[in-house]
Write a protein that binds this ligand. Structure first.
Ligand SMILES: [Zn+2]
Length: 137
């Protein structure tokens, strides 16, 4: 496949808030489905277009990439080139995340975040169990 995107377009596509389904999101969805949870995907009517919406529990779940959303973990490192560009971009994402979470919490949604690093093989089982507790409490 020819890649006609400029570098900037490409990174924009990768960081789009309402991105297409990707592997980490699908892992979480599959698990929840197997536990009997029913959800909506990528609800554009809600702030930030949450990846998973559980209306019955008035809960939304974001599955966040550690880099794009600046997780406080080993996976997040500032790129060593184009520093200004990345700083602006990532901090804008973080700011937008905060606004979206506020906009969801105000009308009473519970907002849960699952980070990409929590879905690594060694961590995923425990994280998904905890997630179920978080949804139910
Ligand atoms: Zn992380």
């Amino acid at each position: 496949m020819a890649d006609n995107h400029t570098k900037e377009q490409r990174s924009y596509n990768m960081s789009r808030i309402c991105s297409k389904n990707n592997a980490p999101e699908e892992k979480v969805r599959k698990f929840l489905f197997s536990k009997g949870f029913r959800y909506r995907k990528n609800d554009k009517k809600l702030p930030g277009c949450p990846d998973i919406v559980l209306p019955k529990y008035k809960t939304v779940i974001f599955v966040n990439g550690c880099f794009w959303h600046k997780h406080n973990c080993k996976r997040f490192v500032w790129p060593s080139s184009n520093e200004e560009y990345w700083k602006k971009k990532i901090l804008r994402n973080v700011e937008r995340d905060e606004l979206n979470i506020k906009g969801l919490k105000e009308p009473g949604w519970k907002v849960l975040v699952v980070w990409e690093c929590e879905l690594k093989k060694v961590a995923i089982d425990k994280r998904l169990e905890t997630l179920v507790d978080e949804i139910r409490t």
